[in-house]
Design a protein around this ligand. Sequence first.
Ligand code: 5GP
Length: 111
Amino acid sequence: MSTIFSKIIAKEIPADIVYEDELCLAFKDINPTAPMHILLIPKKELLNLSDAEENDQALLGHMMIKTKEIAHSQGFEDYRVVTNNGAGAQQSVFHLHFHIIGGRSLNWPPG
Ligand code: 5GP
């Protein structure tokens, strides 16, 4: 089932887009938890990381490589990439997304 992120991909609802190519889209989180809080999503509708399969390897690799470019474009060298996989892990939007977070000191482990 499509989510609000599909509407953002289709430009049916606005988002502050910071990067886009044929495979993925990155935009600012509407409720940022840090000075930089970007969501990087595939244009392909995958529910979450568990929904990805062998034939998604190139897509996922592409997105991981792009995190650096996206963070650098926002002025940050250090950043965290995290995905919440499933409701029990606090996933609230069921379209795969990687949070790219930075711009403040980050604690570890996350809660
Ligand atoms: P999750 O909890 O699923 O890991 O993360 C979903 C993220 O999507 C949250 O950080 C939330 O603030 C963000 N979000 C939800 N709806 C929208 C929206 O319509 N636009 C944007 N830019 N971010 C959204």
